[in-house]
Design a protein around this ligand. Structure first.
Ligand SMILES: Nc1ncnc2c1ncn2[C@@H]1O[C@H](COP(=O)(O)OP(=O)(O)O)[C@@H](O)[C@H]1O
Ligand SMILES: Nc1ccn([C@@H]2O[C@H](COP(=O)(O)OP(=O)(O)O)[C@@H](O)[C@H]2O)c(=O)n1
Length: 646
């Protein structure tokens, strides 16, 4: 199976505005409450994502009628005013905890027979505490696989009216949420006593707030006793607006704090009911400048430019806290995230996953049962980040690109769980380090033009041909055959080459002139036709992309190495003009040459560059053609600069 990935280039900065997708927590709670309520509920700005799809599918299967307005985010749900009318169903709920837990509770009290399954990871996420709670009121819930975990088999049962039940609150607050939302189905007063310290309290606040909007007021004594009144019935509030997702906001606010900013998110603010808006406070403790309005939050980098090291208890913002673990890479010292044990039972074991991936980009990480300690590296290291089918891993690690470091995110589609357009939104507030790609045949003037354009703009400069020349030279020194692709690729992967000022060094030898020899030219053209050699040189070429920008010249700069280049030029000239230039160049260097053999060589190299199967030389549609046969260097440079500035 091939791995899907997205490569994020190093970014210059982050500024702009993002309209947030709807909150996952509010979307799925609202859908369930609207389904159980009496009357029709119009839901505005519902989140469009996998987890919400799972809930919508399940509700339809359970006999709830709902409709979407065109392809908008507006939905209409006709409530069934009590337990679900469909009394037998099999439901697949993916990895959606916000669908699985509350539906388990509501179905256990619906007097039917149901089977609830999910993806493999869902079957590893504990649900025993919820089942234990439900059994206390007489529900008949059985495990189809491992005791304490989904999948579940729910059977009709006589629910015992009234009374008291106990549920653990220290593994997942979703168990309490699920019970609270389902209990009005019994019609009798029930008190839930929370055993153990309740975690993620703000999520319970969301539940209580939404239940109240649907007409059920839960009485709460601290965070230990919750009483659902007798005769409570859900009634549609009419129209309900879903707030933007406060956890999703965290990535953009962190981007503003790391990448300069200001970055503004719209859809959450001061009046939000989501606990994760308090991520903004945490960010402020790191020194970021944060402003909050009723329906927006904005973040900018600290005055000093660098985030401060932190040591924080993050139990109240477990999801957004992941963003802080990656923000720690940009802090001025070691950072500690405490009281985050619930990470271990989320989409993946997030403590282990976070530690492993942070180490890949160079951080030193210490991990414990309920904490992480992250020491930022002096310099970030480009890496391919695994995402563990966890949307938040993918979104968090996009921030690495703001550290002037490219990053690959494997299996990025996991963001569909809560934020299908995440990478588009991230692109809309970030500016990649610009690349000007100049490709063309030998002696068309690429090197000359590229170096002058780079100097004019203050950009870095990559002469990619010199890398192939270096491989050819190093191969000859190592007495490798130019057909031995694996050996040449291994050589290319760890080429001990350095570029300092205008000199090219191989180990400690100055090879600036040596790589320009006729043998190296021919050798370069031959090794360049080997796919493994090209692949081995890719990372090295990407490393040249550094602020404030790069001018890269070669054969495949715009097509393969930097396909997202800002400006792409295809520089060419007739083969006669090019031969003449090369002749003149060699004469000036005091090296002998014959016009005839130069022409022959150019013809051969053009043919080989154009005919090879990997990265063949050709002008692509998105490149601008610049024929320099009758254009001098000055004019050619002017042409490219005009393109850059327009
Ligand atoms: N537009 C041009 N008109 C005339 N001579 C040029 C032009 N562009 C480059 N040259 C000269 O041609 C020679 C080869 O250019 P170079 O930059 O080394 O080409 P490439 O990198 O494409 O192989 C150099 O001596 C350079 O000064
Ligand atoms: N991006 C690149 C750059 C060079 N090359 C190869 O490397 C050889 C040497 O490149 P160069 O740019 O130094 O050569 P000249 O154009 O200066 O002759 C070329 O003949 C190409 O075959 C490539 O395949 N891809």
């Amino acid at each position: 199976m091939t791995m899907d990935f997205i490569d994020l280039p190093p970014m210059l900065d982050a500024t702009g505005q993002v309209r947030l997708p709807g909150s996952k927590s509010i979307s799925n709670r609202t859908l369930l409450l609207a389904a159980l309520a009496e009357g029709r509920t119009e839901i505005r700005d519902l989140l469009a994502s996998d987890d919400v799809e799972r809930m919508l599918d399940a509700l339809r299967t359970l006999g709830v009628s709902w409709a979407r307005e065109g392809d908008s985010d507006h939905y209409r749900v006709d409530g069934v005013a009590g337990p679900f009318p469909v009394k037998a169903a099999d439901l697949f709920l993916g990895n959606a905890g916000t669908a699985f837990r509350p539906l388990t509770a509501a179905l256990a009290l619906s007097g039917g027979e149901y089977r609830l399954t999910g993806v493999a990871r869902m079957h590893e996420r504990p649900i025993g505490d919820l089942v234990d709670g439900l059994r206390q009121v007489g529900a008949n819930v059985r495990y189809l696989g491992v005791e304490g975990f989904p999948p579940l088999h729910i059977l009709p049962a006589a629910i015992r009216p009234g009374g008291m039940l106990r549920v653990r609150g220290d593994v997942s607050s979703q168990f309490l949420t699920a019970l609270l939302m389902a209990l009005p189905l019994t019609g009798t007063q029930t008190t839930i006593e929370v055993v153990g310290e309740l975690i993620s309290k703000p999520y319970i606040s969301i539940t209580l707030d939404l239940m109240a909007r649907f007409g059920v007021e839960v009485q709460r004594e601290g965070w230990t006793r919750f009483t659902v009144p007798g005769g409570a019935r859900y009634r549609s509030p009419g129209t309900l607006f879903v707030e933007g997702d406060a956890s999703s906001a965290s990535y953009f606010l962190a981007a503003g704090a790391i990448g300069g900013g200001p970055v503004r998110v719209e859809g959450v603010g001061r009046s939000s009911i989501q606990g994760d808006v308090r991520f903004a406070e945490a960010l402020a403790e790191l020194g970021a400048r944060v402003d909050i309005g009723d329906n927006w939050i904005e973040a900018r980098a600290p005055e000093s430019g660098r985030l401060k090291a932190f040591d924080l208890d993050l139990n109240h913002i477990p999801d957004a806290a992941m963003t802080l673990a990656v923000a720690a890479l940009f802090a001025d010292g070691p950072c500690t995230l405490r009281n985050i044990a619930s990470w271990r039972v989320k989409e993946t074991d997030r403590i282990a996953a976070m530690a492993k991936e942070l180490r890949k980009v160079g951080a030193a990480v210490e991990e414990g049962a309920d904490f992480l300690r992250v020491t930022p590296p002096a310099k970030l290291v480009p890496a391919a980040i695994d995402t563990y089918d966890d949307h938040r891993m993918a979104m968090c690690f996009s921030l690495v690109s703001l550290g002037g470091c490219r990053v690959r995110i494997n299996e990025p589609k996991c963001v569909n769980k809560t934020f299908p357009t995440y990478f588009e939104c991230f692109a809309s507030i970030t500016r990649p380090v610009p690349v000007i790609a100049i490709d063309g045949p030998s002696a068309s003037g690429k090197g000359t033009v590229a170096a002058r354009v780079a100097a004019a703009l203050g950009y870095h400069y990559l002469d990619s041909g010199s890398l192939y020349r270096l491989v050819a030279l190093a191969a000859r020194r190592a007495e490798l055959s130019l057909d031995d692709e694996p050996a040449l690729a291994a050589l290319a992967a760890c080429l001990p080459a350095r570029f300092s000022a205008a000199r090219v060094m191989l180990d400690d030898e100055d090879v600036t002139d040596a790589i320009r020899s006729e043998t190296c030219s021919v050798g370069a053209s031959r090794v360049a036709a080997l796919p493994a050699v090209r692949a081995a040189l890719l990372g090295r070429q990407h490393d040249y992309r550094r602020a404030p920008g790069l001018v890269a010249e070669g054969r495949d700069m715009g097509s393969i190495v930097f396909p997202d280049a800002t400006v792409k030029i295809f520089l060419t000239a007739t083969v006669e003009a090019r031969a003449q230039r090369r002749y003149k160049q060699l004469m000036e260097k005091g090296m002998g040459a014959s016009m005839e053999s130069l022409l022959k060589d150019l013809h051969e190299r053009d043919a080989r560059d154009a005919a090879r199967t990997v990265a063949p030389l050709k002008k692509l549609p998105d490149a601008v053609l610049l024929d320099t046969t009758k254009v001098d260097v000055e004019q050619a440079v002017g042409f490219v600069l005009d393109r850059v500035r327009s």
